[in-house]
Ligand binder design. Structure first.
Ligand code: HEM
Length: 313
């Protein structure tokens, strides 16, 4: 779902309409993202490079097709904006830069959100009290809504305090990005050490997120720990979206996407876990056997095994 949505708004790519499997190319890329750099066929690193190559080829063909047949104004997507930027007089954007940008944005837009959302659903499944509280929050929103069919308003979104805490806590524990990088521009003295200019520093958010000095019982999923706090996307204590001037550009967007998903999930559906849910780190977080849940519409009181039920992964 997250991939289809991201690829659609960025490139108008549709899996069902395209003969090229962009998602598989990204899966190969992601599997060897941080791996031993041995570039021979069969290794994770080789697969990663092949995945990237394939994905860039597919995006390049979409870009070329679009340049040949531009779209009408009302149908424009992010790709059209990038093409406009390349064509501008004196633009710094080249086709190679555009391909890099599109490649990384599609990746950033789906992989992180889909894993975090899967973890959020898993956490909610494993903590019935959290589910209870979520249902309470979202049913109250529906009760106060004049038109039950209308979409979520900004005020409603801002009022989802517990939901925001569930998302924040999930991002803290997920540590989707295990390391972020910074280049040292001038010598930095810190705790008796000097980090020389020119070095690359790897900041490790899990070291903060799992530190008992920062968080009571840090390995426990406890959304209530954020109660009454203003939840910034980045701080010295919370780096799930990175921090500083390179803070994740999609942090607020992805939080909103996840909150909307949870709103619909807990108000319209009930579900049960079928299989999967094991997590491994490679060091990216992956679910080797997926996390399979069976979803039923809430008002349909049918046996979970009837053919009317819907299964999703
Ligand atoms: C749960 C979801 C997400 C998580 C946990 C996440 C995490 C991160 C992290 C840790 C960084 C590195 C920040 C740093 O170096 O300080 C980052 C950067 C970035 N993210 Fe996300 N991200 C998420 C969703 C998204 C989405 C949905 C998009 C795009 C729509 C996105 C776009 C970006 C971009 C463009 C950057 C680079 C920012 C820069 O270097 O200036 N992210 N993200």
């Amino acid at each position: 779902m997250a991939f289809s949505f991201g690829a659609k708004i960025l490139l108008s790519y549709s899996e069902s309409k395209s003969s090229k499997n962009l998602r598989q190319a990204y899966a190969d890329f992601q599997h060897g993202l941080i791996s031993f750099p041995l570039n021979i066929p069969g290794t994770a690193y080789w697969k990663c490079l092949q995945g990237r190559k394939k994905a860039v080829e597919i995006i390049k063909s979409i870009l070329e097709e679009r340049c040949a047949t531009p779209r009408k104004r009302q149908e424009k997507d992010f790709l059209d904006l990038v093409i406009e930027e390349i064509k501008k007089n004196g633009s710094l954007m080249t086709e190679a830069m555009a391909l890099d940008l599109l490649f990384v944005l599609v990746f950033a837009a789906f992989e992180t959100t889909s894993i975090t959302l899967t973890l959020a659903v898993k956490n909610v499944c494993e903590h019935p009290k959290v589910l209870e509280e979520l249902i309470k929050e979202h049913e109250a929103i529906l009760r106060n809504r004049k038109n039950i069919e209308s979409g979520i308003t900004w005020q409603e979104y801002k009022s989802m305090n517990f939901t925001h805490a569930v998302i924040h806590e999930t991002v803290r524990l997920a540590n989707i990005v295990p390391g972020i990088f910074r280049k040292v521009l001038k010598d930095v003295d810190i705790k008796g050490y000097t980090i020389p200019a020119g070095w690359i520093v790897m900041v490790c958010p899990p070291a903060v997120h799992m530190n008992p000095k920062q968080y009571d019982d840090p390995f426990t999923f406890n959304p209530w720990r954020w109660q009454g706090q203003v939840l910034h996307a980045g701080s010295q204590k919370f780096m799930g979206f990175g921090g500083g001037s390179r803070l994740c550009a999609g942090a607020e967007f992805s939080k909103m996407q996840m909150a909307i998903f949870l709103h619909h999930l807990v108000t319209k559906y009930r579900w049960r876990v079928i299989k999967g849910g094991d997590i491994i780190r490679i060091p990216a977080v992956i679910f080797p056997n997926g996390f399979h849940i069976q979803i039923l519409e809430k008002n349909i009181q049918k046996d979970a095994t009837t053919t009317e039920s819907r299964e999703t992964v």
